[in-house]
Design a protein around this ligand. Structure first.
Ligand code: AMP
Ligand code: ZN
Length: 112
């Protein structure tokens, strides 16, 4: 997608602090971190949301990369959260599927 921020990051056209890369995914630091570790994992291919990612057979790749990021960032044992925001009530702003990997301190669980 020509007008997609995360497609541009995947193509190297917009800079990002990459922490991990696989043939199908890219992980980079969130520009506005909400936790000591806040990394976004995207599929390199454009897919709109988590459902599209699952239908393309790429959800497992994104989750494996999330786990690899947690290991690299040293939070695999202390714990972390993997979140897919979907729709306006979740505050979603970028419409290229992405998982947030959050950790590095105790995380609040706000349900509503
Ligand atoms: P969401 O609300 O789930 O759509 O999350 C989008 C995330 O992308 C937010 O946490 C933003 O801080 C993050 N973000 C936006 N632009 C960039 C960028 N250029 N590099 C890294 N993260 C970004
Ligand atoms: Zn895209």
């Amino acid at each position: 997608m020509s007008d997609c921020l995360f497609c541009k990051i995947a193509a190297g056209e917009i800079p990002a602090t990459v922490v991990h890369e696989t043939p199908t995914t890219l992980a980079f630091r969130d520009i506005n971190p909400h936790a000591p570790v806040h990394v976004l994992v995207i599929p390199k291919e454009h897919h709109e949301d988590a459902l599209a990612l699952a239908e393309a057979g790429l959800a497992g790749d994104v989750l494996s990369t999330a786990a690899a990021v947690a290991a690299k960032e040293g939070i695999a044992e202390s714990g972390y959260r993997v979140t897919f925001n979907t729709g306006p009530d979740a505050g979603r702003t970028v419409f290229h599927a992405h998982a947030h990997v959050l950790g590095g301190h105790p995380l609040e669980m706000r349900l509503g």
